[in-house]
Design a protein around this ligand. Sequence first.
Ligand code: ZN
Length: 468
Amino acid sequence: MRIDRLKPIFFLTVCTLFLTASPARAKATWKAGTAKAVITPTEKMWLAGFANRTNPATGSKLMDLWVKAMALEDASGHRAVILTADLLGIPQSVYQHVSAAIEKKYALQPDQILLCASHTHCGPVLRDALYDIYPLDQTQRDLIEKYTTQLESQMIDVAGAAIANLEPVRITAGQGTTAFAVNRRNNPEPKVSDLIETGELKGPVDHSVPVLAVYSPDGKLKSVLFGYACHNTTLQLSEWSGDYAGFAQIALEKNHPGTQAMFFMGCGGDQNPLPRHEVYISQRYGHMLASAVEEVLLAPPHNLPPELVTKMKMVTLPFGKPLTVDELQTLKNDSQAPTRRWATRWLDFLQSGKTTVRDYPFPIQAWQFGGQQLLLTLGGEPVVDYANKFKQSFGPQTWVAGYCNDVMTYIPSLRVLREDAVTKPGARWGYEGSYCFVVYGLPAKRWGENVEDLITGGAKELVGEIQK
Ligand SMILES: [Zn+2]
């Protein structure tokens, strides 16, 4: 009797095994692999972000910092790898070293490699980034170089480990929403609580929460990639922390044991999590974001067919007017220490007879999942206008990530660039369109006026290639 009752189960199991093992079925599926590594610094390095910091890290941590990788392969064997990291940004040299190594070791082209930084302001300063805003001595510079070199190795290794454990999966896409991002240019921070209460917040925002969920054959959530367009600046601690994005990843990994949660920044260059500056607020924003992801995971799944298209383009963006010796000589005596350090460095450079570069190679990527879900990625810190514009141009199934591959400075729209041409009293203007060049140490004071046109043109070209 007992054997009879087991018979149908045995039969079904055999059938299932047979179907799963059949080559035709095995081919028509996505594959995904994941891997991660802790990248929390062990030395008391300077933390990146917030120019008014006066001391390096204490050495303690609110949570670990991570680099996480997700490798993908579609039914035709086309692969890609996404790396997300709890870091302020990816400097150009890190991107170049890591993508070249991944290309050499794992045969992926640059269009198949995506590096995303969460923009936490409680991570370490990296090589050649933000050197002018902190008083870095040689010991600190040596620590930065050592850490950055090790970080590059870890990034390459996790990419390889994720590729090595590719297994059949099901992938779904969806989009949730949460509203803690506030346009920081239009809403003075001290007034934000009142403005929220009276419903008078101003300025463009993007409150969408894109979610790419990856399920193992047994139906378990293997990994979830999610995004949000908001500065990861709830906290200004001297302790290592992934801020709200770190709390969101922890919450999702706790809710789904064994899952790897990965965060990417949207076009949050002009968006702040407000109010802020308390650990419990950062944690609450993390939980709000995780809840938005959970809502998507609970909704009927939107399965994506196993087709992946990856395109990439480097667009040359011109800087604005070149720096002059006269203006640098004035700025060398500026009241702000970062400006003094920046002006002194470039003045020495010009006076040694060298000429500064006049433009910058800017990375744009377009990926399409399942013939429908578009992911556009931009370098730098793009303002929210880019996300809103691209969604309008390319349709509702468009996600736009910023802080990808090379974070060289802010990326203003023409609107923001023009607003920042003049400083208006009482407004938080002048940063995203101008002063950020000093913060990032670039040899100019702003982008050329055609920056938005060039980026839009590059994105349209890539999407056009995908859709033809
Ligand atoms: Zn920023």
